[in-house]
Structures are given as C-alpha cells and as structure tokens.
Design a protein around this ligand. Structure first.
Ligand SMILES: *[C@@H]1O[C@H](CO)[C@@H](O)[C@H](O)[C@H]1NC(C)=O
Ligand SMILES: *[C@@H]1O[C@H](CO)[C@@H](O)[C@H](O)[C@H]1NC(C)=O
Ligand SMILES: *[C@@H]1O[C@H](CO)[C@@H](O)[C@H](O)[C@H]1NC(C)=O
Length: 520
C-alpha cells in the first residue's frame, strides 16, 4: 500500500521539482555592451559572459572581440573599425614621465571614450541590437570606464544595468554608487599610491580625486550626451543622470591585494573572476619549469605593451642581468631574435601566464603590474618586480609593495645593475612569505567569484534592478552629502551665540568708561 502510494506520488513529485527548476532557471536575455577596444579589459568581461551562456542564459555581446568558437547561447555582435589596443602601446612613450602626464592620460581616455561612443552608436552591431523592443533584455552589462555613452543605449532598451570595471573604480563612479570618497586613505587610480600616504601624497590624492571628477563632468559627460542625443533625440536624459541608475557595480578588486574599503552592497568585489581552472602546460614548458633547480623568473609586460619597442640599452641590460642569474628566465618577447640571448633565457611570443605562475618553481614575476597579471601573482602567491608604465599600473604596483610581495623597478631606471638588484631583493624569502599570505586570503572566500557574479546578475534581472540597493546619497547634492549644510547651520548658531555675547559684554562694559567719563 505504502509502496503503491509512493509510486503514484513519484511522477507528481518529479513534475513539481522540474517546474521549480524551470522557474528558477528561466533563461535570461543578457546584453553586454563593451565599446572600449582594450583587450585586457575584455579578458575580465568575457569569462562572465561565457559563464552566463553556460548557465543557460541567452547572451548577446557587442564588442571588438568576437570569439573564434562561440558556444550555443553566446552571440557576438562585432564592432569594427577602431584599432584594437593589443600589443599596441609603444614603450618609448614612457621614457619621460612628469606630473602633468596624469592630465594627459585623462584627455587620452576622454578622446578614446568619445571615439568609441561615436563608432559604437553608428555601428551595424548596435543597429541590430536596437531592433529589439524595449524590455526584451532582462539585464544589460556595460563597462563603466571612460564614457557613459552606453547608458543612453540601456535607456532605450529599458533594462536594469550592471556595470563592470576591469580596474579599480574610476574616481567618477564613487558618487554614482554611493561609495564614500575618502582621499586620506583610498588611493585615486591615477596617482599610484597605496593606502599608506604621507601628507603630500594625501594632498595630491585629494586634488586628483576632485579635479578628475570635475573634468569628467565638464568634458566626458557632455561629449557623450551630444553623441547620444544626436542618435536618440534631444529628450534623452543626460548619461550622467542615467549612470546613477546603475543597479550593481562589479569591480575587479580584492581586499587582500588592494586593501579593504567601505563599499555599499551594490558594489561587488570580484577580483580574480578571470582566473580559469588550471590547464596543462606544453611539454616544453613543463620540462623547463620542472627541471629548473634554482627556480624560474618570468618576465611579461602584458598584452598591451610591445616588448619589441624597448630601447636597445634597456633590452641589453635585461639580457646581461639574466646572464648573471642562476635561475632560468622566461620572457614574453614578440620577436624570434634576441641579440646575445644567454642559454638560461627562453623567449616566447605568448605565455600561459596563469599556469606558469602557479608552478612551485617560479620565484619572481617581472611585470608591468597590469591588474590581470598582478591578480594572477596574488592568486599564485609569487613575489613580483613591478615596472608600472601607465594607467592603473602604478596603483597596482603600490598595492603589491604595500602588501610586501613586490619590489618597484622604475621603467626609466632599467639597466643591468638595477634589474639585478631588484631581482635579488625580490628573491628574499620574506617576499615569498608575504605573497603566500596574500594568496591565502585571496583564495579563501565564502563564495567563489564567478558564482557570486552569476548570483548577482540573476538577482538584478529577477528584481528589475532591485531599487532597494540604491543609497539615498546618490541623488543628494554634494553640499548636503558632505553635511556642509549642518556645518553652516552650526557656524550660524555659533556666530549668533558669540555675537550676542560680544554685544552683551560691550553693552555692560561699554557703560563703565561712560561712567568714568561722567565722573571725570
Ligand atoms: C563621429 O563619426 C563621424 C563619421 O565617422 C564623423 O563625421 C564625426 O565627426 C564624429 N563625431 C565626433 C564627435 O567625433
Ligand atoms: C532605471 O532602471 C530601471 C531598472 O532598474 C528602469 O526600469 C528605468 O527605466 C531606468 N530609468 C531610466 C531613466 O532609464
Ligand atoms: C625583430 O628584431 C629585429 C632586430 O632587433 C628587427 O630588425 C625586426 O624588425 C624585429 N621583428 C619584428 C617582427 O618586430
């Protein structure tokens, strides 16, 4: 009897289970808008889009980087016509750096942002996407970097927006998300300081935070507005206002490396999101790494910077230093020939960086301190010699040094002796210890980054952007946000109290000389 009943119940139970599954797992329509042509940025975005497709959602991606073999639910809408910023930065640009380079960098970002906006708004890719009705997409994922142009597109499609940042948050997004700007210890991306700053550093940090915010409001937002309103009509709200409607912000940071910060729940740290499962190395590399009895030093200056454009004396300096080392040296170098290459030096056009760095024989990683490489060093626990060149690399390098897992080597100082000294210092066991400590915190989390990201994407889609996440500060004026109204009121009250005391004292003490004069 019991058996029969449970047998009868079984199909119903299965059906109910199935229904719950389908309900919870209703495939979402996700749109990714990535107009910036920097491939290192896309290396952070792509794994998320890929994982969303693998989780059963329909993913449409507007970017400069269509996949060679896209999976079933991943559809590319490729952008064309803007030089991709891969292996494209000439190192000669960084031979002379001055303070104003910072402002030069801002205007470079501004110019890139305007161009990418213009190109994307006029592209066939976007035209295709915009043929869908408003409300077709459940959630839109956009890069928030140097332009808010794509917020205009999101506004047309009427879907909640998730922002992605492949670097630390740009200074102009703090207020949008309700993140407090605290220049006394939160370093601005452009300056390259850690959380420990001296007075001059804090002062420069304050100036940079506020001047860059102002410049963004003065230049970047109006430039994007002009292009967006030309495309969608003049009643379109300002993208600066639309950007405040961002539901959740995913940022490529983790406290273990870049330091703890006060973040509201709408800002999610996902440092390490791009790090994939280990893949086997090629036989050649595996043998090289396994047999290096004194360890291996890895040199890689990222995908954006052509090692080829290194000046001859710097290049020779590195080669001569390698000749004096007992370690094997692997260098990502985009040229088959390298003059005077010693036998312990191995040049490769491309490196499976993550898999090499996690090999226990790797002792030091020489890097430009791009966030991808810095994150991989933190993940694998490898000390670094950091040679930052532009953008957020100074910030990452400062964090690596502050966490004691890094040694700084200035690009303009590169020669045989400085390279030698930097590597010797980085080989000190205390740096390895610190790197392992960072690695432990980096890798022990309540929820793995990708699962956290997927959860938030689905949550934002199912709650239409969960308006409860938005702090009231987002819509406040700066005057009210910084309590300047209260200081003003306090000042007024204090002024009135002191003023009336002065009047009182004057009127009682002012009589005495009066009396005196009367007596006289
Ligand atoms: C946008 O692109 C068009 C065509 O390429 C060009 O004529 C126009 O000047 C550009 N606008 C801006 C603001 O760059
Ligand atoms: C703000 O976002 C919500 C979804 O989170 C959307 O419904 C609304 O239309 C957006 N507002 C504007 C002005 O685009
Ligand atoms: C490789 O280096 C040699 C000599 O330094 C140079 O002449 C040649 O143009 C380089 N090749 C490439 C593909 O950059």
């Amino acid at each position: 009897m019991l058996l029969l009943r449970s047998l009868l119940l079984l199909p119903a139970l299965l059906l109910a289970l199935l229904q719950v599954r389908v309900e919870a797992g209703r495939p979402l329509k996700v749109l990714g808008l990535f107009p910036h042509p920097g491939v290192s940025h896309f290396h952070f975005f792509q794994p998320l889009m890929q994982a969303l497709a693998e989780a059963g959602h329909d993913v449409h991606v507007v970017s400069h980087f269509p996949l060679k073999n896209p999976t079933v639910r991943y559809k590319d809408y490729p952008l064309t016509g803007m030089d991709k910023l891969t292996n494209s930065v000439d190192l000669k640009m960084f031979d002379n750096r001055a303070f104003y380079t910072l402002y030069f960098e801002f205007f470079m970002l501004y110019e890139w942002g305007k161009q990418a906006c213009n190109l994307t708004l006029r592209s066939d890719a976007l035209h295709e996407v915009l043929r869908r009705r408003a409300g077709y997409y459940d959630v839109i994922i956009v890069e928030q970097f140097n332009s808010d142009c794509m917020m205009g597109v999101a506004h047309q499609l009427q879907a909640p927006v998730i922002a992605l940042s492949s670097s630390a948050m740009m200074p102009w997004y703090f207020e949008n998300m309700g993140v407090p700007i605290i220049p006394s210890y939160i370093p601005c991306l452009f300056l390259g300081q850690s959380q420990d700053m001296n007075f001059v550093g804090r002062f420069a940090n304050w100036i940079t935070f506020h001047s860059f915010n102002l410049m963004y409001k003065m230049f970047s937002i109006p430039a994007a507005d002009a292009l967006v309103q030309y495309k969608f009509g003049h009643e379109t709200p300002s993208v600066g206002k639309l950007a405040k409607n961002t539901s959740v912000f995913f940022v490529n940071q983790h406290y273990a490396l870049s330091g703890p910060k006060p973040l509201p729940p709408n800002v999610i740290e996902l440092g390490g999101l791009h790090i994939q499962k280990a893949k086997p190395l090629s036989d050649e590399l595996q043998r090289l790494l396994d047999n290096a009895e004194h360890g291996v030093i890895v040199i890689s200056w990222g995908s954006m910077i052509r090692a080829n454009s290194l000046s001859a004396d710097k290049r020779d300096g590195i080669v001569r230093a390698a000749t004096r080392l007992r370690q094997q040296v692997i260098w990502k170098w985009e040229n088959e020939t390298l003059p005077n290459k010693p036998p312990n030096m191995h040049v490769m056009e491309w490196l499976p960086q993550r898999d090499i760095l996690c090999h226990p024989n790797v002792k030091v990683f020489m890097t430009h301190a791009g966030l991808m490489g810095s994150t991989e060093a933190a993940y694998c626990g490898v000390p670094v010699v950091a040679t930052p060149m532009y953008g957020d690399q100074f910030l990452n390098a400062a964090a690596l040094v502050q966490r004691r897992m890094g040694v700084l080597l200035h690009y303009e100082d590169i020669n045989e002796n400085t390279v030698m000294r930097a590597i010797r210092r980085a080989l000190d066991p205390k740096h390895m210890q610190a790197a392992k400590l960072v690695s432990h915190s980096f890798n022990h989390r309540p929820l793995e980054s990708m699962r956290k990201a997927l959860w938030w994407v689905e949550h934002v889609a199912h709650t239409n952007g969960n308006p409860l996440l938005k702090p009231s500060s987002v819509e406040m004026s700066r005057f009210v946000y910084y309590s300047l109204d209260c200081y003003l009121a306090l000042g007024l009250i204090l002024g009135i109290v002191i003023g009336s005391w002065i009047i009182l004292i004057r009127s009682c003490c002012g009589k005495r000389p009066d009396r005196k004069t009367k007596k006289d």
